[in-house]
Structure formats: C-alpha cells, structure tokens
Design a protein around this ligand. Structure first.
Ligand code: EPZ
Length: 424
C-alpha cells in the first residue's frame, strides 16, 4: 500500500543524468548514536556528545528520554544530556512503533532501575522485527519477563551475572545486554554476539562513562559490572552506511567524489565490491576518493550477512548500482525477510529485476527513466534517491520522511555534489 503523504516537504524532485563530483564530510552514525542515547539513562552525571544532527530518529529518541526524565539540549554542535533526574516510566506502543531503537531502553532501564515496562516494538516494512533474542538473553541473567497485551513487564530484582550465548548475532540484543550487564555485579560474558562497529562504539562510550567492558568486535564480550556510571564527553563514530550510500551514488552516476571522516575498516566488504566493479578508489587517513568514469561491471553474486560481511543496510543502494551495470547480479538478502521494497519502483524506471524469495536477480540495463516513485522504508528511500540521480529526466520521490530518519538533509548533500535535486 503506497502511503500518500503529500505534505509539501515529503517529496523530492530529481532531474537525473548528471555525474557527481565534490567533497562531503560523513555525518555521525545513526546506529551508533541511538544505543548511546539509550545508555545515557545509566549515567549519573552530565554527558556531552560532540556531534549532533537533527535526524528524526534522534528527535524521537530524545522525546522518549525526556519522558524518562533525561534532559537534553543541543549546544556547540553537540548534544548535552543529564539523566540525574531520571525516572522509570512505562514505554508504550505509541513510542516503540515510532522507533524500533526504543527497545534499547529495555536493557538500560533494567540496569538502572532493575525493572522495566515496555511495549513490543512491532514490525516494520522490512520485516517482523521480533525481540525474542533480547528477552532470551535477559532471562539468562535472571530477569523475569511477563508478556501481557503487547506489553513486557520485566523484573530484574534477582538478576545475576553469568554467561549468555545468543542464537543469532543480533545487534540490538547484543547492545541491550551490554547496557544491562555494565552495572550488574560480577562478570558477565556474552558469546555469539554481533561484531558491528556500532557495538565497539557503544563499548567505548560505556567505558568512557566508567564501565569495564572488553571484546566488542570479537566473538566474546566480557563485562565486569560496576556500581554505577558517571558522566563525561564522547565522540560518536561516523556513519558507515551513509558513507557507503554516497560512494554507491557516485559509482552509479559516475563522477569523482571525496569523503572525510571515512573509516575503511568499517566498509571493507563494500570497498572490495567497488574495486571489483572497476571503480578507482584512493584512501588517505580518514579520506576516501572514488572515481567512476565509465559504466561499471556487475558483481555476479552479493549476499548480506552480519558484519564484517556486506551490510543489509546497503542492499538497496547496491541493487541500484547493479541495475545499471554491465552483466547480471544475484543479490541475496539474508538478514531481513522483506527488504526488496524498492524493486517495483526500480522496475517502473526501466530496471530488469526479478525477486524469488530471498534473492533479487538483476540484469543490468544502460538507462533508467525518471518516474513517480514511493519509498517504503529508510534504506529503500536512499536507494531510490540514487536511482533518481541516475535516471534520464524527472523523478518525483514520495515518502521522504523515511529517508529523514537516517540521512540529514539528503538533498543538500547531493546538491553539494552537483546533483539537480530539491525538496518540494
Ligand atoms: C540494527 O537493527 C540496525 N538498527 C539496523 O539498521 C540493521 O539493519 C540491523 O541492526 C542489522 O545490521 C539500529 O541499530 C537502530 P538485529 P536490529 O537485531 O538490532 C532478527 C537501518 O536501516 N532478530 O541484528 O533490529 C531480526 O528480525 C536499520 O538503519 C530476531 O529474530 O537488527 C533480523 O532478521 C534497519 N530476534 C536479524 O535478527 C531478535 O530478538 C537481525 O536483527 C532480534 C533480531
């Protein structure tokens, strides 16, 4: 069902076909920032995060924090937070269905108050998004969980440190357990956990606030619980998915761009694919330059897996690149069950893509043509922006509010790279 939210600022008008060139600085990472915002609940002191951008997900998370008595305001380009007046409140569906990341508060509230009451976050357009791994992990630490009418009543009064082995390396479940165990007496060991860079950033934040955590980014995290966390200053990592989106846009449209605040180790799998596609990549410290001056070659087989393999969040952007490259690509989505929302929109633009189960079979075409298209989720929207930038003629992209969740002023960023794109 296409949402018809035709308020003035929810559409982008793109006149495609132009090469991209210029320089951008990569913004702070949405998926590192959100768990860190939740973790501030645990901090008995003032916290200052160096960078802040008004992503709608951050605005929403701050509203929930305010409900929990955590004050926050923007200052000097960053964000000041103070959880000393914190209180334990029920987090209802009106919040959890707005932002899935609200589930990160479960671990933080249990850590701080030993009880929590939160609604199921519900599914979204990319899948059912269960939280059974979060619950199973917390139960392994002795948390009692009662599920009633969509609400989770969690009692952690008898929580004990221990060993937790996840059935799947869930990013959110790993982060929930890290927050909860950071202030749990004794040593907790987490295994079969997510190794994403955002997990490492959360470990670094918690340690900067007095926690004793090691092993993030490896197969085992060891957490020595401390009585409480203090405040402090922290600089959140740059957004590897936003950086990857810009690189894939330049590879798709052709051109010559440079990015600052780029971390190669966060994007090895993407860099390997871009090199296979015959892009020219130059790396120097935290700068990357990408040149693409001819139609690229398809990569025959791409699969999404947990880090360090190819990230699911770049699956749609790379599908757009493959759809206009030479040859064929089989793109398999192994993380979420419904993340091909962009396919019907790309086919409207002239792409040749067939979806069978978890696989999208792409046959590269020379041209895409502008059309009236609809974003169905955040990364689908980002991919469709790239398609509009590549397509001949005008494209109107609807439901831009999805994109604003994870990209700050996306139209201005691409205008900086010479694109003909504006919000209407
Ligand atoms: C995080 O979501 C990210 N969101 C997602 O980014 C990202 O796609 C995902 O990790 C994978 O890298 C944030 O960090 C805010 P998971 P999360 O738990 O934690 C299943 C974006 O576009 N699962 O690693 O929800 C789940 O259904 C967003 O920025 C369970 O079955 O991801 C999925 O199939 C989208 N039970 C898989 O595991 C659970 O309890 C991976 O989910 C939890 C997850």
């Amino acid at each position: 069902m296409k949402e018809k939210t035709d308020c003035l600022s929810d559409k982008l008008l793109i006149f495609g076909g132009k090469k991209l060139s210029g320089h951008l600085q990569v913004d702070v990472s949405k998926n590192a920032y959100l768990p860190i915002l939740a973790a501030t609940v645990l901090c008995d002191g003032e916290v200052f995060l160096d960078d802040y951008i008004p992503l709608t997900d951050f605005v929403c998370m701050r509203e929930i924090l305010a409900k929990l008595g955590v004050k926050s305001y923007e200052t000097n380009g960053g964000l000041y937070l103070d959880a000393r007046g914190g209180k334990n409140e029920k987090i209802g569906f009106e919040w959890t269905q707005k932002i899935r990341a609200s589930i990160f508060l479960l671990g933080a509230l249990l850590g701080k108050y030993k009880t929590a009451c939160i609604s199921y976050p519900g599914g979204c357009n990319i899948g059912s998004r269960p939280i059974d791994l979060h619950i199973k992990g917390l139960k392994s630490l002795g948390v009692k969980v009662l599920e009633r009418h969509g609400m989770l009543y969690c009692d952690g009064s008898e929580m004990k440190c221990g060993k937790v082995c996840l059935d799947f390396p869930s990013v959110g479940a790993t982060e929930s357990l890290m927050m909860c165990a950071s202030v749990l007496k004794g040593t907790t060991v987490l295994k079969n956990i997510a190794k994403e860079p955002e997990i490492v950033d959360l470990q670094n934040f918690l340690n900067a606030m007095g926690a004793k955590i090691s092993g993030a980014g490896t197969d085992q995290i060891v957490i020595k619980g401390v009585p409480k966390l203090h405040g402090g200053q922290f600089s959140v990592m740059p957004d590897r998915i936003v950086a990857g989106t810009y690189l894939l846009a330049a590879a798709t449209c052709g051109g010559d761009i440079t990015l600052d605040r780029f971390v190669p180790e966060h994007n090895e799998s993407l860099l390997s694919i871009l090199k296979q596609s015959a892009c020219k990549i130059t790396l120097k410290n935290d700068m990357i330059r990408l040149k693409a001056d001819k139609r690229l070659k398809c990569v025959e087989n791409i699969q999404t897996f947990p880090f360090p393999f190819f990230p699911t969040d770049l699956q749609t952007p790379i599908m757009v690149l493959e759809s206009v490259s030479k040859g064929h690509c089989k793109l398999q989505e192994n993380i979420f069950e419904n993340r091909f929302g962009a396919v019907p929109e790309l086919v409207k633009m002239g792409a040749k893509i067939v979806v069978e189960g978890r696989c999208a079979y792409v046959e590269g075409v020379e041209k895409l043509y502008g059309a009236d298209i609809f974003a169905t989720d955040l990364r689908c929207g980002a991919g469709l922006v790239i398609a509009g930038l590549k397509a001949e003629g005008f494209t109107t992209l609807h439901n831009v509010h999805y994109i604003d969740r994870g990209y700050d002023k996306i139209e201005q960023k691409f205008q900086t790279l010479g694109a003909d794109i504006r919000r209407i």
